[in-house]
Design a protein around this ligand. Structure first.
Ligand code: GCW
Length: 670
C-alpha cells in the first residue's frame, strides 16, 4: 500500500508488538453503545475502525454491556464517573471501572471526543489498565475558517482547490466530507465556516443554502456545525433592496427572514462570520454606522435560534501616514460593551497580519466586556506556502502565553480568550484552514501537524508545543523513540529557523504580492500600506518601525507593563526589536554585534540551518514510510534553495542602506 497521507493522524496502523496488541485487546473485547444516537454511533464506528487497524481485529459493537467485562462502555449523561472532577458539556472522562473502560460524557459529543481520546492513547502506546483521564475543552466554539470560493479556488490555499464540490452538491456527497469531519472531531473542532470571509453573496441564496445543508448532514454526527461568511450588502445584491443600512427596518427584516430560511434547512446552523469595512469589503460604515450596529443587526436576526455572530476586527485604512498596527484598536476599542450578547469579536493574533512573529494584538488587553475570539492562520500564507516546513504550535503558544496585564499579572492572552479572565459568556478560537483537495489534505505532509496543533490548542491552550508534536508524530509518522525525538526537535526549531532567514529581529511583510517571494524593495502597490517599505522603514540611518512615543506611539495601546517590556531599545527583546524601534545600523545589540552584523548572522545561520533540517530528516529515513520520507526530503531541498534566496535578497537590499561589508564568517571567498 502506498502511503499517500490521506489518513492523516487517524492512520491506525497495526501495532507491531504482539504483546502490546494483546494487552490492548484484552481491554477492548467489545464496544457497548448504550444508545441510538447518531453521534454515539459515530463514536462506536471510529472505535471500530481504529481498533481494527491497531489490533488487527474486528471488535463487535453491542447494545449494552450487561454483565460483560473487558470492553469499552460508552456512557452519556450522569453515568458513573471515577472522580469528582466536573465535566462540561463537551468534556469527557475515561476510566477503568469494574473491568471495563468507561468513556463518559455529559453529552454524546463528549463521548465522541472521548472515543478519539481513547484511540489516541493506543496510537501513542499508553497503558490502558489504569487509565483515568478527564478532559474538558477550554473554549466553547472551536472553529475552522475556510477561505473557499464558489469557483473552487481557496484564497491563500496551497493544497489544491476547495474540498467542497459545489457543483455536485447537494445531491452527491463526496465520501471525503466524512473523513474531514472525522479528522476535525478527533481534535474537538465543532464548527466550520465553509466559505471565504471575502464572501460571495451567492452563499446566501436558496441554491447554496441547500448545498450547505447537505454538508451539514454529514458533519452533524461528528458534532460539527456549519457557519457562513456573509457579504454585508447581500440585502441589496441578492435581496433587491435599495440599501444594506443595518438600521433600516427592511434590511433587518431581510436578515431575519434569511435566518429563518437557513434554520428551516439547517436547524443547528452555527451562525455568521463577517469581514466588513476591511480591504474593500463593504460594511456598516458605508452607511455611517459602526461595527456594533452591523453585528447587532445580525445578532437580532439570529435571536430565535442558537446561533452566533463572529465579527472580525481585521480592519485598516489605506493611509500612508497612519500606522496600520493601531487600526483595529482605534475602530473597536471604544465599542467595548456595545455588542449584543450573541456577538463575539474575532481578532487576529497580531495587529498586522499573521506574520512569522508578531506581538499580540493590543485589542486582547482592551475589551473586557466583549468576548474576543482568537483567529490564528493555519494556512502558511506568510510561512512559505507548502514548501517550507514551519511547525506553528510555537507561534500559537507564544501569543497565548503572553501577558496582557489587562487585569494585573497573569492576564495572558489565553485567559482572555478562554474567558477565565473576564468571564466572557461565549468563547471561541478560529483557525484559517490549510486543507485542500490534495490527496494528503495539506500539500506539505508536515503541515498536517499545524491543523492538528491548532485543533488541540483550541481544545486545551495549556498543552505544550512539544507534547502536541510528540502526539502527532507518533500517530502519523513513527513510534520509534529516537526517531520521534529527531522529528520533534526538527519541528520545534523550524519556526525560529524560518524567522531567521525570513524576518529576523522583528521585521515584517517583506513580500511581493502573493506573499511568497522576497521583495523587501517593493515600493509601489495599489495601496501605500501594501508595499514592503511601509513596514521595514530601511533608510541610511537604520531599520525598523518606530512605534514608541517618538514614532507612531502604537505601544501606548498596551498596558504599562507591556509597554515597559518593549519600549526601551536597550532592553526590548531582540525578536521584537524592529517591530517597535528604528535602530541604527551601527548600534551594538545585547549579542555584542551591531544591528547590521546581527542581521547578517541571522540570515546566514537561518539559511544554513535548513541544511541542518535536511540532515535531521535524513536520520529518520528508515523509520518513515518511503513516500512521506521522499516527499518531505524533496520539499526541504526546495526550502533550502529558497532560504538562500531570502538571505541574499535581504542582505543585498539592506546593504545599500547599511553600506557595510558582509561580516567575515559569511563573506564568500573572492
Ligand atoms: O492575510 C490577509 C490576506 C487576505 C485575507 C485577509 C483577511 C481573506 O492576504 O487574503 O483575505 O488577510 O484576513 O481578511
Amino acid at each position: 500500500d502506498r502511503e499517500d497521507g490521506y489518513r492523516l493522524w487517524l492512520k491506525y496502523d497495526l501495532i507491531k508488538d504482539a504483546g502490546q496488541r494483546d494487552a490492548y485487546a484484552r481491554s477492548a473485547q467489545f464496544i457497548a453503545l448504550n444508545g441510538n444516537n447518531s453521534v454515539l454511533k459515530a463514536a462506536a464506528d471510529e472505535l471500530q475502525i481504529g481498533l481494527q487497524g491497531l489490533l488487527g481485529k474486528s471488535i463487535p459493537v453491542i447494545a449494552n454491556a450487561g454483565s460483560r467485562t473487558g470492553g469499552i462502555v460508552l456512557a452519556v449523561g450522569n453515568g458513573p464517573t471515577a472522580s469528582n472532577q466536573e465535566l462540561n458539556a463537551e468534556g469527557y472522562q475515561i476510566s477503568s471501572q469494574s473491568n471495563n473502560i468507561v468513556i463518559n460524557g455529559k453529552t454524546e459529543s463528549g463521548v465522541l471526543y472521548g472515543a478519539f481520546g481513547l484511540l489516541r492513547q493506543l496510537q501513542t502506546r499508553q497503558p490502558l489498565s489504569t487509565i483515568s483521564l478527564t478532559s474538558n475543552p477550554k473554549v466553547r466554539y472551536r472553529m475552522l475558517n475556510h477561505w473557499d470560493n464558489t469557483n473552487g479556488t481557496i484564497e491563500r490555499g496551497y493544497a489544491g482547490g476547495t474540498l467542497w464540490k459545489w457543483f455536485e452538491l447537494p445531491e452527491r456527497l463526496d465520501p471525503r466530507y466524512r473523513d474531514y469531519a472525522r479528522a476535525n472531531a478527533s481534535l474537538g473542532i465543532n464548527g466550520t465556516v465553509v466559505n471565504n470571509v471575502n464572501a460571495s453573496a451567492r452563499f446566501l441564496t436558496g441554491e447554496y443554502i441547500q448545498k450547505v445543508a447537505a454538508l451539514a448532514t454529514v458533519f452533524r454526527p461528528y458534532g460539527i456545525r456549519v457557519y457562513l461568511s456573509v457579504y454585508f450588502p447581500a440585502p441589496k445584491t441578492i435581496g433587491g433592496l435599495k440599501t444594506a443600512d443595518p438600521l433600516d427596518p427592511e434590511v433587518r427584516k431581510w436578515w431575519a427572514d434569511k435566518a429563518k430560511e437557513i434554520y428551516a434547512l439547517i436547524p443547528d446552523f452555527g451562525g455568521f462570520l463577517v469581514k466588513a469595512n476591511s480591504e474593500g469589503e463593504p460594511g456598516p460604515q458605508d452607511y455611517g454606522r459602526n461595527h456594533a450596529d452591523g453585528a447587532n443587526m445580525l445578532a437580532e436576526a439570529l435571536k430565535p435560534y442558537d446561533g452566533i455572530v463572529l465579527w472580525r476586527a481585521f480592519v485598516y485604512k489605506a493611509d500612508p501616514k497612519a500606522d496600520r498596527f493601531k487600526a483595529a484598536y482605534e475602530e473597536f476599542g471604544d465599542l467595548d460593551g456595545k455588542f449584543d450578547k450573541k456577538v463575539i469579536v474575532q481578532v487576529k493574533n497580531g495587529p498586522i497580519d499573521f506574520q512569522p512573529r508578531e506581538p499580540f494584538s493590543p485589542l486582547f488587553g482592551k475589551m473586557p466586556k466583549t468576548p474576543l475570539a482568537m483567529e490564528f492562520q493555519i494556512t502558511q500564507e506568510y510561512l512559505g506556502f507548502a514548501t517550507h516546513m514551519v511547525y506553528e504550535a510555537p507561534i500559537f503558544k507564544e501569543c497565548l502565553e503572553t501577558d496582557t496585564y489587562a487585569k494585573g499579572k497573569n492576564s495572558t492572552v489565553a485567559r482572555v480568550v478562554d474567558g477565565s479572565l473576564h468571564g466572557y459568556a461565549i468563547t471561541a478560537m478560529a483557525g484559517v484552514a490549510n486543507t485542500g483537495s490534495d490527496r494528503n489534505w495539506t500539500g506539505h505532509p508536515m503541515a498536517q501537524a499545524n491543523w492538528y496543533a491548532y485543533g488541540r490548542l483550541a481544545w486545551d491552550n495549556t498543552l505544550s508545543a512539544e507534547a502536541i508534536a510528540n502526539e502527532w508524530i507518533k500517530m502519523t509518522l513513527t513510534n520509534e523513540p529516537q526517531a520521534v525525538k529527531h522529528i520533534a526537535d526538527l519541528m520545534l526549531r523550524s519556526r525560529e529557523i524560518y524567522v531567521n532567514y525570513n524576518t529576523p529581529l522583528g521585521l515584517s511583510r517583506p513580500w511581493s504580492g502573493v506573499h511568497f517571494a522576497p521583495e523587501p524593495w517593493q515600493n509601489k502597490s495599489s495601496r501605500p500600506d501594501w508595499t514592503a517599505i511601509y513596514y521595514h522603514r530601511a533608510d541610511s540611518v537604520g531599520l525598523g518601525f518606530d512605534r514608541t512615543s517618538t514614532g507612531s506611539n502604537a505601544l501606548a495601546q498596551y498596558s504599562p507593563e507591556v509597554q515597559q517590556r518593549w519600549n526601551n531599545v536597550e532592553t526590548c527583546p531582540l525578536p521584537y526589536l524592529l517591530w517597535f524601534h528604528h535602530v541604527p545600523w551601527t548600534k551594538k545589540l545585547t549579542t555584542g554585534r551591531t544591528l547590521w552584523d546581527e542581521l547578517c548572522t541571522r540570515f546566514y545561520t537561518g539559511a544554513d540551518s535548513v541544511g541542518w533540517m535536511q540532515k535531521q530528516w535524513a536520520q529518520v529515513k528508515n523509520n518513515i514510510d518511503p513516500e512521506t520520507y521522499a516527499d518531505v526530503a524533496a520539499r526541504l531541498e526546495t526550502q533550502h534553495k529558497e532560504a538562500i534566496w531570502w538571505r541574499d535578497a535581504w542582505v543585498l537590499y539592506l546593504q545599500e542602506y547599511a553600506r557595510q561589508p558582509i561580516p567575515a564568517p559569511y563573506k564568500k571567498p573572492e
